[in-house]
Design a protein around this ligand. Structure first.
Ligand code: ATP
Length: 364
């Protein structure tokens, strides 16, 4: 397997700069997920690594070799597409072996690699079928198998799960992670789904508008988002963001938002002077309905009418207003909530985030 190193990678389409100087290090055997909203440049970046798109500026290295101008087939990469891109007129077996055959690999070796991939992916029963005779999940496994038999240095995945239904998505996600561990493969995986990013990645690269917004472990980007964009993008449902100002009382610093004063730990933030406008960020799980979960010691209480409750089985999402802002709170071990019922909530002040109103950077 191999490392992938990107240094100041830029992609220009005519007048439009799609990738604006990206530095990413992908370690050997690691699972790196590129995530971000539609149009942020994920696919463009992946396609440049694959050699399907030219690199306008910067350096791309696989191991230590500069590969900017190397044809796709010589880069030691294999790519799995969202659309599977299987040959419709060929059997599964031929789909798996075809790439090796045209590369001149001998028949015995093709059989060996094909059998190994088929066994790992549970494709043995389907080897004689055409792609049209397979389910979406099975087709995706063939596409992954076709990448595996090439024994690449690096696997690239471009939203491979988006065409699968929710259950199959979860299963295939787990399968991809298991395979990556078994093969000790270096993987670069593109998705716009932050749950996929969180569960698969050793390292998440959050892209925003052609730039890296943050690189870190899943826990890092969740717990310590560098700015408001990352905070809002990572986590589902999204972090609540409220216009606020800095304040204080006899007990220490607080953040005023939506008519309440949220006490925050004295040593946690280097807050600007009192009265400065900021943005308060609170994750849904840190707005605790009374009687559902332990009561945070630091924070603020408020009562709010529940406009809408979304029952998810093991938890409910409660939509309410805090001041003028619609917020969402997470209710663990839920009970039925009557329409328009007023509940008491407590914001966990030890877990809130504060953002600079102008720069949108996290206040630390
Ligand atoms: P999505 O999640 O919707 O697939 P993405 O993050 O993968 O989005 P890209 O497909 O990489 O985004 O596109 C990044 C930007 O580059 C977009 O604004 C897109 O319109 C632009 N772009 C992509 N390909 C071209 C092209 N061939 N010519 C001009 N602009 C392009």
């Amino acid at each position: 397997m191999a490392t992938v190193t990107m240094r100041n990678i830029i992609k220009i389409y005519g007048e439009f700069v799609a990738i604006k100087g990206v530095d990413i290090d992908v370690e050997d055997g690691s699972f790196v997920v590129l995530v971000g909203p539609s149009g942020c440049g994920k696919s463009t970046l992946l396609r440049m690594i694959a050699g399907l798109e030219t690199i306008s500026h910067g350096e791309l290295r696989i191991d230590d070799k500069l590969v900017n101008d190397l044809p796709s087939r010589d880069r030691g990469i294999a790519m799995v597409f969202q659309s599977y891109a299987l040959y419709p007129h060929m059997s599964v077996s031929d789909n798996l072996g075809f790439g090796l055959k045209i590369s001149g690999v001998n028949a015995g070796e093709i059989d060996r690699r094909r059998d190994e991939a088929a066994a790992m992916l549970g494709l043995d029963p389907y080897m004689d079928r055409r792609p049209s005779q397979l389910s979406g999940g099975q087709r995706q496994r063939v596409a992954i198998g076709r990448a595996m038999v090439r024994d690449p240095e690096v696997f690239l995945f471009d939203e491979p799960l988006s065409n699968l239904d929710a259950k199959l998505r979860n299963q295939t996600r787990i399968e991809i992670k298991r395979l990556q561990r078994e093969l000790k493969a270096t993987v670069i995986f593109v998705t716009h789904d932050q749950v996929e990013a969180m569960t698969l990645a050793d390292k998440i690269v959050v892209l925003q508008d052609g730039r890296v917004a943050q690189i870190g472990s899943p826990l890092d980007v969740f717990e310590r988002p560098r700015n408001q964009f990352v905070a809002g993008f990572i986590g589902a449902p999204s972090m609540n963001l409220l216009d606020a100002t800095v304040g204080s009382d006899a007990n220490g610093p607080l953040i005023r938002a939506g008519g309440i004063d949220v006490a925050v730990p004295p040593d946690r933030f280097d807050l600007p002077p009192e009265g400065t406008p900021v943005v308060l960020g609170v994750r849904p799980e840190d707005i605790v309905p009374e009687g559902h979960g332990s009561r945070p010691t630091l924070g603020a209480d408020f009562a709010a009418k529940v406009n809408f409750a979304e029952m998810l089985g093991n938890e409910s999402l409660l939509f309410a207003h805090l001041g003028d802002t619609e917020i969402v709170a997470r209710m663990q071990h839920p009970r039925a909530v009557d329409p328009d019922e007023t509940l008491n909530f407590r914001i966990d002040g030890s877990r809130v985030h504060v953002f600079d109103k102008q720069t949108q950077d996290t206040v630390l």
